[in-house]
Design a protein around this ligand. Structure first.
Ligand code: SF4
Length: 350
């Protein structure tokens, strides 16, 4: 049962086939000025073969969630809670209880990740083939078939495998490097690909093109994808479902269509209204007032209350629990039934 006091949430939908089940996941850092809780009791089921977008402002806990999924939170961070990985055939795996060696294998072979800012992680003195070979060798994979798979993946990503494999990182454009990184992350045939702001350094056109390639890659390789971004409109083009993080907790989770057409949390509405839309009149663009909470001093009650136009005294006192809006669309807000009082000023298309 989740921390949400027995209310059935998307995290507990018995019809879903979760590949990752996350329960009460917390990441904290002990600091001189207090405990910094950068992920706070998060529950989520990630469904097999879905693309889930995790969205929030900078400092909302998105990157910490990505690292925690691979038990890769850097010291002195402390990760608590449960992450259960359900492989297609074998027994479930307790991700936070793996030995060092098992975790090393797990990270590339079951769940792989493209880290934020990873474009600069290429070794400038090694060609792209060398990067693939190094990864294959480190995991005891045969080089020949591994390079064949790399070539197939590069091809799927609309890159010329012969040219790219023989190139050095500086010989590739940003978009080509990003696609080569995605191929590298997939070369050991993981079941899940986690990407943290994978397109942030690219221009708009390249972002859109990579997003559409990712959808094809998911279908062809039966992948589950977790796409972490601050860019809500971008991820709506790709994701089956979206989870909105605010102040280190999910405040809304649902099918992308429901989040776009019927967002039930005031913060989700604010994110949509703050979306740059070239067609919208400037006066309809509304930047979100205020700033994201300090993880050492998260406000009492609903952490969004100081920024929320619907806030009442209840909101300052009592933390809202996740509850069902419809089906598997859940929201944590005392006043979600009144949320239409915050008009959507900015249409975001899929
Ligand atoms: S619980 Fe209250 S403050 Fe929080 S989002 Fe809902 S209405 Fe706003």
């Amino acid at each position: 049962m989740s921390k949400q006091d027995g209310i059935a949430t998307a995290a507990e939908d018995s019809d879903v086939d979760p590949i990752l089940r996350i329960r009460d996941l917390t990441v904290r850092f002990e600091m001189d000025r207090g405990t910094s809780r950068v992920l706070n009791g998060v529950d989520l089921d990630i469904r097999r073969n879905e693309i889930i977008g995790i969205v929030g402002e900078s400092g909302s806990g998105k990157s910490m969630l990505a690292s925690a999924l691979l038990d890769a939170v850097v010291a002195p961070g402390i990760t608590d809670g449960e992450i259960t990985y359900h492989p297609p055939t074998d027994e479930p795996i307790d991700v936070l209880d793996l030995s060092e060696e098992a975790r090393r294998q797990f990270r590339w072979e079951e769940i792989s990740m493209v880290f934020q800012g990873a474009l600069s992680s290429f070794n400038p003195t090694m060609d792209i083939r060398g990067h693939f070979e190094e990864t294959l060798e480190a995991h005891g994979y045969p080089i020949g078939p591994g390079i064949d798979r790399a070539a197939e993946l590069l091809n799927d990503l609309y890159l010329d495998p012969d040219r790219v494999l023989e190139s050095y990182p500086h010989e590739l454009s940003g978009g080509m490097k990003q696609r080569a990184l995605i191929a590298l992350a997939l070369v050991l045939e993981p079941e899940v690909l986690v990407m943290d702001e994978p397109t942030a350094a690219l221009d708009l056109l390249m972002q859109r093109s990579i997003v559409s390639l990712l959808a094809d890659i998911r279908d062809k390789h039966d992948l589950t994808m977790v796409f972490i971004t601050h860019d809500l409109p971008l991820v709506t083009k790709l994701a089956d479902r979206i989870g909105v993080l605010y102040a280190f907790e999910f405040v809304e989770v649902g099918e992308t269509e429901a989040i776009l057409r019927d967002p039930a949390h005031p913060y989700t509405r604010a994110l949509l209204n703050a979306t740059p839309n070239l067609d919208a009149p400037l006066e309809e663009m509304r930047p979100i007032d205020g700033s994201a909470p300090d993880p050492v001093n998260v406000p009492s009650g609903c952490a969004y209350h100081s920024r929320c136009p619907l806030a009442t005294d209840d909101c300052e006192r009592e933390q809202p629990r996740m509850e069902s809006v419809t089906g598997s669309h859940d929201v944590a807000c005392h006043h979600w039934t009144e949320v239409d009082e915050i008009p959507l000023t900015n249409e975001v298309d899929r």
